[in-house]
Design a binder for this molecule. Sequence first.
Ligand code: CR6
Length: 830
Amino acid sequence: SRGPAAEPTHALARGPVVPPTRSSEGFLREFLRELQYGQGVTLARSSPNDQYLAMARAVRHYLMADWLETARRRREHPAKMVGYLSAEYLLGRQLDNALLATDMVDIVQEALAECGISLDTMRAQEVEPGLGNGGLGRLAACFIDSLATLDVSCVGYGIRYEYGIFRQTFVDGRQVEVPDTWLSFGNPWEFPHPEREVEVNFGGHTEQYTDEDGRERTRWIPGWNVLGVPYHYMVPGYQNGVVNTLRLWSARATHAFDLQIFNSGDYAEAVRAQTFAENITKVLYPEDSTPQGRELRLQQQYFFVACSLKDYIDQTLPPDFDLKRLPDQIIFQLNDTHPVIAVPELMRLLIDDKGMEWDEAWEITQKCFAYTCHTLLPEALEVWPVELVGRLLPRHLEIIYGINERFLEQVREAFPGDELRVRRMSIVQDHPFRAVRMAHLATVAGAKVNGVAELHSQLLRDKLLPDFAQMYPDKFTNVTNGVTPRRFVRQANPALSELISEAVGPGWERDLSRLSGLESFAEDPEFREQFRQAKQANKERLRALLLVRDGVELPEGHLLDVMVKRLHEYKRQSLKLLHVVTLYESIRSGEVAAEDVTPRTVIFGAKAAPGYHMAKETIALINAVAKTINADPAVKGRLAVAFPANYNVTLAETLIPAADLSEQISLAGMEASGTGNMKFALNGALTVGTDDGANVEIRQLVGDDNFFLFGMSEPEVAALHASGYVPSQVYADNPRLKRVIDLIASGAFTDGDPGRVSAFVDDLLYNDRFMALADYQSYIDVQERIDAAYADTEAWTRSAILNVARAGFFSSDRSMHDYLDRIWGAGIRL
Ligand code: CR6
């Protein structure tokens, strides 16, 4: 039961939650109270960490009344809600986001100044919650931000990893991973609710029994269980009084430890159960776009969806709720296949726990889920060995078989005699090993299936799941990704934001289509000058950061050419590297005079999955090339390469606003969408890109004149594949490419040691799965055009402004409207 035992008598206890005074003195009072009574220190004796924790909690006070009020409002007017199920949320730092949402930057700055504390020092204290790998996790964070800003009822469900994405360091240029201890100094942004813990079962077996009504039923006798404790995070809307909730689950042992064993002296045995249980939410799998067939990962997936469904059904819905009406109350969005085990879990809850019949449960389940696919790489589609699912979740495996049997009956009915198709579509594959295909399960169960950019959604229908698209044409739809303009423009780029506000008036952060109002300003020389000054200020800010963060000294006055994203062969950092070496080689060989070269600094940022060998080799080579080039007086002032370690959301916020050129150079048909590409365009960088993912839509919107397109199109890629691609032939036929690869292969960048580059070179020459060599010449040509274009400052600035003006479509607010219209449907409270 909730609430006090007796009616409160004092007015303060009855009244609404009163937020603290919004003034610098009001904030000062909150801050000192938190410092003294929360941290237990005086200002004079406080460490920066004490100060940060106290000020963060003080900021939190200003959101609290809105959070409680939003929750009350949502309880009072229960309308359909979005349950966003995601194994990753790459949130980025919380402090600035909270200050922006409450519009308190000035107040806080003034109050802290009176204590002799700088807000920047406080900002630097925060370790960002890196609970995601890359685009998919950051997308989830953008989406929940937008839903709060649009006042849509949403709970984000996920995992509170004790260690988020690893911290990347370089030792002799090679990546070395260091654990991310983001929680070790305390986390002021979370609210643990151990009283709302739920039990999650694993293992054991199932058995048949006859219930009181004489019905044959199945029950699951689990072998072991753990507890899930929810931690709540505030998700504030942008200055609109709405605060939604992100609920992240942490695993605990059911019996903290066995006191009897402990007393007998076997300490290790006593804590074993606890360690075992807590392992489930210990670390984020540092994989990106590759499946990770680890048992612990399936445990994580089941753990968080089981907690979430139980929490929603048993703790959020009223106790007498008629579950037939579940689809009117919630839609669970499956962020990729990671949460798809929620499908059999809901079936199990409805059938085994609530006593429903199969058909009724299935009808409800099919309306409660929708699935977003985020990949085109077939090897990235998760499959779980039947043996593993059966051992960990025996009842779920039975249910999956039940779903599959009924589904395949339908396939046979629709396509009689087509057993090959039946085999292709089956949720359970037989080859190369018996396994559950999670994407098939999600597609069969989901009310809708969407890709994340127009091209991706089309390829999803035509190439990845064609049989399903044929059987359920209306299921498939597209929602092009988006990014939150609050964090990635307003907060990351104050200089540009001010210019935008002057030009189009305030409030564009909430309606990004209004950026189109900048269009005419592109023709105004004075505005262009101001725009350049803003870019320049952002470059200075980046220079200052990289100097203290990485000891890197960025040259001044260069074209800033940036490629930041996970390191993956399909993204083709290797192609960028070939361009860098081409520039270097052409100056060194005297082919072009140094003074004729457009000065350029290339910045890379990329983490490689720890087990991804080729990706790590590429990192080592980039660092080796950077070291050689930066030390060579022959190219000084003309070409520089920087590779700051540990690219993350925080670095992105300084890096992206400073960029002139955005590298989006994946092989066409491989990058589902990309979202970095959107952030760059919105911050006035021009894109050099292939016709891939959301690049296609960016180019259509900003116009061909303001986008540097190169490389093969997806159909051309397919045709080359079909005709047989021989990279060594491309090498042999292109003297320039040959010189560049030979230079790398000679060991020119690796202290004369060819052995350190042979894996990289051999792969390019004899494998090159992502056809870097095939697109090489086209890429070099477009880069030459870019050099020339950058020299025309006025025309470049004009294009950059038009990029901003025409990229408003890529707000995640628009993505949310699309989900509401095309997938989540009516009834959701706006
Ligand atoms: N790696 C896609 O590759 C897309 C994001 C978000 C990715 C990327 O193109 O922008 O999702 N896919 O939709 C997966 O994570 C499986 C990604 O981040």
